[in-house]
Design a protein around this ligand. Structure first.
Ligand code: SF4
Length: 230
């Protein structure tokens, strides 16, 4: 495995993010290294965002706990994000919580099956994210990069968009989170591609189901087994 060349592109932020985990990725076996490295990059990215936002270098964000309009959007994730969430579930959910989650996934699949994006948008009240519980994210520490990126400068815009029938309603947002968390996600896509591991983006409910259906999904993915979207 040549890990020196995981990242050899021009994006300076991706280079910085890669440097933070270069040593961790040397740990063998790879399956024990990749999730801690992923968590480290996410924490580092969060630190950058906090510095930018707390110092006023980016506009103030209106997002706050309890606001979940955007958690009725269609979330797509990459394999490392699915595996991080699955590990979080395995480590923190009890049997009843796992059973309830599987029921929500089944319901989501039943309601969304065969529907176009527009049709799913029009029934978003019935299709909250499978991890939204009482208005809060039940996997907050492991939420995927798209959820970390998403932000709004005015939560009233989100309310209007949520109540609108127009799926293209514009929400003004700060680009910093998109750039930072998007770079983190792209770095892990590059690493996976370099190692010939699955990289494709999947709907979150589908990717989590794929993890539940696999035996030791993290190990299998690290070995190059195709466990997603079979
Ligand atoms: S994972 Fe969490 S933050 Fe992301 S859409 Fe679902 S509930 Fe919301």
């Amino acid at each position: 495995m040549n890990i020196q060349n995981y990242y050899n592109g021009q994006n300076p932020l991706k280079q910085i993010l890669f440097k933070t985990i270069q040593d961790e990725l040397q740990v063998s076996p790879f399956e024990t290294a990749i999730l801690p490295a992923y968590s480290k990059v996410m924490e580092f990215a969060q630190g950058i965002i906090e510095q930018l936002e707390n110092s006023g270098q980016t506009p103030p964000i209106s997002c706050k706990a309890g606001c979940s309009y955007c958690c009725h959007s269609q979330v797509k994730i990459i394999p490392i994000e699915a595996l991080s969430i699955h590990t979080h579930i395995t480590n923190t959910f009890n049997d009843l919580e796992v059973s309830d989650l599987k029921k929500r996934i089944s319901s989501f699949q039943l309601l969304s099956k065969g529907k176009t994006f527009e049709q799913r948008f029009s029934m978003k009240e019935k299709l909250p994210c499978i991890f939204l519980m009482s208005g809060k994210c039940s996997i907050y520490k492991s939420r995927p990069s798209i959820c970390r990126s998403w932000n709004s400068l005015d939560h009233l815009d989100c309310k209007i968009a949520y109540n609108s029938e127009d799926s293209q309603t514009e929400i003004q947002s700060s680009p910093a989170r998109n750039y930072v968390y998007g770079s983190a996600r792209e770095l892990f896509e590059l690493i996976a591609r370099q190692l010939s591991l699955q990289t494709q983006i999947s709907h979150m409910h589908k990717a989590i189901t794929d993890c539940f259906n696999a035996t030791d999904p993290l190990k299998q993915w690290c070995l190059g087994t195709e466990i997603f979207n079979l």
